[in-house]
Structure formats: C-alpha cells, structure tokens
Design a protein around this ligand. Structure first.
Ligand code: CAA
Length: 247
C-alpha cells in the first residue's frame, strides 16, 4: 500500500512535533504546517527532524483563513498526494479573566482554535468521503470539557470542537471517514509553561497521576485514532489528562 498522507497543523509546537514523529513511525507521509513568515525556523526544524530520522514535508498555513486553507490543501494534494489523515492541532491561548478579556483575545482564540476546524475540514471533507477513507482528529482540551478560570475564550473554542466533531462524524460515517477529538490535559509544552509557576504548581497538585503529561502521551492517542483498524471509532472524545477530569 502506498503511504497515506497525514497533515498535522501547528507541527512545530510542543504537541505537533510528537504527532509528526508518531505518524512517521506509522509509515505515513507526513506534512507539517508552519506559520507564514516563519520559513527559516521551519526549515531548521525540518532539518533537525530529518537528522533524527523523521522525514516531514513542510508548508506555510494560516488556519484562520479559509482561502489559505483551501489553497494549502490543493497544493499538498497536488505535490504530495491525497490527504487521508488530518490532525487539527494548531491552537493558541490568550488567557485572562473575563473582566479583562479584550475582544481581540476572544477573536484570536476563536478564530485559531475553532474556525480553523471548519477552514481545514470543509475544503477536504467531500474529497475524503469520495475516496472512501479518512481519519480526522481535532485537538480539543481538558479545559473545553471542564472550563478553566481565565480561559473563557479557550474553553469556549475547545468545547465548540466537540459539537463540530460529532456533527461531521455523522456525515462521514458511511464513507469511511472517522472524526474524533483528543482532549489533552496539562502537558509539558511551551504553552503550559507560560502559566505562572504558582498557578501551575496548584494545577499539578490536582492531577491524580501527579505530574504533567508528556507530548508523546498525546501523540499516542492520535496514532491510535488514525490507525487503519480504528474505523469503528468515530464521533468520540479521548481525554488524556492524568485523571484530572473524569467525565
Ligand atoms: N479558581 C478560582 N479563583 C482563582 C483561580 C481559580 N482557578 N485562579 C485564580 N483565582 C483567583 C486568585 O486567587 C485571585 O484572587 P484574589 O483577587 O481574591 O486574590 C484572582 O483570581 C486573580 O485574579 P487576577 O485578576 O489578579 O488574575 P491574574 O491576572 O493575576 O491572572 C490568569 C489570571 C492569567 C487567568 C492566571 O490565573 C492564569 O494564568 N491562570 C491559568 C490559566 C490556565 O490554566 N491556562 C492554561 C494554559 S495551558 C492550556 O490551555 C493547554 C490546555 O489545553 C490544558
């Protein structure tokens, strides 16, 4: 079988890199996206990955822009091959209590974390269904499940992902296309390291497993849901949070 093409958005982030490695280990042809304008950084990341034995193609992508997502998908399909696996991983935080949450913080997070789901899935979904195989994983968050002080924007966007995932899971179900969410808890990434130390220590105290998660532990969940024999798992959410929230 020819290698299936797997796209990971936000590939160079803490979680994205581990996902790319896991996809390579599954013998996928992996394409990672990077923010337009960060070409030099992306190339150096790509070279480091290659030196470590991971061959990842890279393309610029602004997930907040529907037209840009459409042209990214067309370009990857033309130059690499039909996209059969999509991991919508790109995401940002702009934390602040509601009393100080500015419209631009709200909009940036909603556009990057939720609009991106539509922007990436809509131009690809029909072709995936037509080809009879697809695996889509949307990265949500523990804080979309339970809410988080200081994250009204992020919690709202991440919760929205569940509705989107379940709706299109129904649309893809008879066409061989599965759509699932993965909800990481607090993982040892640059995003989580931005949380003030005293706040983060209190959060870690509340994690039954007693530590932050590792990016590889999220990549493992993504690899599970994108596997060839995962075709009966669709419309669900896999929480990977060290027991911090049990729904
Ligand atoms: N519950 C209740 N009260 C809380 C609280 C909580 N979880 N966290 C803080 N407070 C209280 C404080 O005790 C303090 O109370 P007093 O005013 O009575 O002393 C007050 O709120 C602090 O309010 P401020 O307006 O001064 O807030 P701040 O500007 O100092 O900080 C914040 C607010 C930026 C939101 C900060 O608390 C913070 O960074 N919190 C962490 C948010 C977080 O978890 N982000 C996750 C990022 S990682 C991620 O998102 C990945 C993922 O998917 C998990």
């Amino acid at each position: 079988m020819t290698q299936r093409v797997a796209v990971v958005t936000g590939a160079q982030g803490g979680l994205g890199e581990s996902m790319c490695k896991a996809m390579c280990d599954q013998d996928r042809r992996v394409v990672g996206s990077f923010l337009p304008g960060a070409e030099a950084e992306a190339q150096s990341w790509q070279a480091d990955m290659k030196a470590a034995g991971y061959d990842v193609a890279i393309y610029p992508l602004d997930v907040t822009d529907y037209d840009h997502c459409s042209s990214f998908i067309a370009k990857v399909e033309e130059e690499v091959g039909p996209i059969e696996i999509l991991v919508n991983n790109a995401g940002i935080t702009r934390d602040g209590p509601l009393k100080r949450l500015k419209p631009e913080q709200w909009q940036a997070v909603l556009r990057t974390n939720l609009d991106s789901m539509y922007n990436m899935c809509q131009p690809l979904f029909d072709a995936m269904c037509g080809r009879g195989f697809g695996r889509i994983v949307n990265i949500s968050s523990l804080n979309g499940e339970k809410g988080q002080f200081g994250q009204a924007n992020y919690s709202a966007a991440k919760a929205g992902i569940y509705g989107f995932t379940k709706a299109i899971a129904q649309e893809g179900a008879r066409k061989g296309v599965t759509v699932n969410a993965v909800s990481p808890g607090y993982i040892d990434t640059p995003m989580v390291r931005q949380v003030p130390e005293n706040v983060l220590n209190a959060i870690v105290d509340g994690i039954p497993v007693g530590r932050l998660g590792q990016p590889e532990e999220i990549a493992r969940a993504v690899a599970f849901l994108t596997a060839e024999d995962a075709g009966f798992i669709t419309g669900t959410n896999l929480s990977v949070n060290g027991g911090q929230y049990m729904s």
